[in-house]
Design a protein around this ligand. Structure first.
Ligand code: UDP
Length: 429
């Protein structure tokens, strides 16, 4: 089949949330800049008011554009006490009619060579089927979680441990978070998306994913690792503020960065224990503090340019909720972590980072589920000054080099993305 003259057009639909939008924008940028495609990103006007989202979409290169879906009445769904994953799975079906309308128009104007959805896009696959557009899943988390989700459908109950071929074992504590009735059925729904697409792109790289070679080969649908796709090194709109003036004055590697992602919050009690523990550790720290979920009041800065913080020489550790973007950014910047997962796939990511890749330490949680100040102080001191800290620091430096190699022109992730881009350029329209 001959290549067409006009650049192949790819439409990408990240589900709402900065953590989904960021890797999709990075994927789109790469497809356009390195592979001469054009990309349209679909966003949700109901969620586009945040400063963070506006800033992400404000510096798109030529060839990447975005279009917003009109508002849909979903307020009732948003106020429920569900966690982020449940909420997304509830709201996405409500956008199907407007997505169908938009795709139809986009396809008429510039035929779509590939349609890329994320984990929560399963409800939208049928639209692409009706239009005969090839559809792909961009999994914005790691391959281990993709494999776990796929595998967990076949599990009947919670066992002592689960060991996927080539992977570190998951213990009962972590398994129990995913194999309860409600979470299992959500996972099963999400895992079905893996079966109905033409291919899966994962924001990760081979050296990080020990089980990839064994687990990917038996799958009917091709899975490519194309990462790490991160914002590190981009963001030309960045302006230095007081935080960076302060960081400039701190010794190299002396500051712990504390952040729970774009939306992660702690209880008031846990926030207090963390604050006291940080103080007890006698280490310098920079904390992006969100108001506790069970207390009123506005506190301090709730957003910093994380990739600029992580690349600053003064940063020596990252206490993180283990969101996958934050994890990749920490690896790309060579900053060792303290794993403090909150929800979604974060507990699995934390296990992977502590037991599998060995780039993170973990605080000991109290019997009541609260991380007490002593546990916080101990793990922080250990990361910043102890032997355990030295080990994970050395390990993350190795991973940092591997991440850079994966993204070199001839690196495995770059080559996979080039193959996918070529496939899309050849799509018969
Ligand atoms: N982020 C940031 N500043 C903040 C908090 C988050 O720049 O104060 C960025 C962070 O660099 C990452 C993304 O937001 O790229 C968060 O994604 P992640 O997957 O880590 O967590 P989520 O927010 O989805 O839970």
């Amino acid at each position: 089949m001959a290549e067409r003259n006009q650049a192949a057009h790819v439409v990408l639909l990240p589900s709402p949330g900065v953590g989904h939008l960021i890797p999709f924008v990075e994927l789109a940028k790469r497809l356009v800049i390195h592979h001469n495609l054009t990309a349209t990103i679909i966003t949700f006007s109901d969620f586009s008011t945040s400063k963070a989202q506006r800033s992400i979409l404000s510096s798109l290169p030529f060839g990447v554009s975005y279009v917003s879906l009109p508002s849909v009445p979903i307020d009732d769904l948003l106020t429920e006490g569900n966690n982020a994953s449940f909420r997304l799975s509830l709201i996405m079906p409500h956008y199907v009619p407007s997505i169908r309308h938009l795709l139809l128009n986009l396809h008429k104007t510039t035929p779509i060579a590939a349609y890329v959805i994320d984990l929560f896009g399963g409800d939208i696959v049928s639209i692409a089927n009706d239009l005969c557009i090839p559809k792909y899943l961009f999994f914005t988390s790691n391959f281990f979680f993709l494999a776990f989700q796929h595998h967990s459908i076949t599990l009947s109950g919670i066992s002592e441990k689960l060991e996927l071929p080539g992977c570190f074992p998951l213990g009962r504590d972590t398994l129990s978070l995913y194999l309860g009735e409600e979470t299992s059925s959500l996972n099963a729904k999400l895992a079905r998306t893996q079966e109905v697409v033409d291919g899966i792109l994962v924001n990760s790289f081979e050296t990080l994913e020990e089980g990839y070679s064994q687990l990917a080969k038996d799958r009917k649908i091709p899975v490519w690792l194309v990462g790490p796709l991160t914002r590190v090194g981009s963001g030309s709109d960045f302006k230095k503020d007081a935080i960076f003036t302060w960081l400039d004055q701190q010794p190299i590697g002396s500051v712990l960065f504390v952040s729970f992602g774009s939306g992660g919050t702690l209880s008031f009690e846990q926030t207090q224990e963390l604050a006291l523990g940080l103080e007890m550790s006698k280490q310098r720290f920079l904390w992006v503090l969100h108001p506790p979920f069970d207390a009123d009041g506005k506190l301090v800065t709730t957003w910093v340019s994380q990739t600029h913080v992580l690349t600053h020489g003064a940063i020596g550790g990252f206490l993180s909720h283990c969101g996958w973007n934050s994890t990749l950014e920490s690896i790309v910047c060579g900053v060792p972590m303290i794993a403090w997962p909150l929800y979604a796939e974060q507990p699995i990511n934390a296990e992977m980072l502590v037991k599998g890749v060995k780039v993170a330490l973990r605080p000991i949680v109290g019997e009541d589920g609260v991380m007490r100040k002593e546990a916080v102080a101990n793990v922080v001191k250990e990361l910043m000054e102890g032997e355990g800290g030295k080990e994970v620091r050395n390990r993350i430096r190795v991973m940092m080099k591997e991440a850079a190699k994966a993204m070199e022109q001839e690196g495995p992730s770059s080559k996979s993305l080039a193959n996918i881009a070529n496939l899309w350029k050849m799509t018969k329209l």
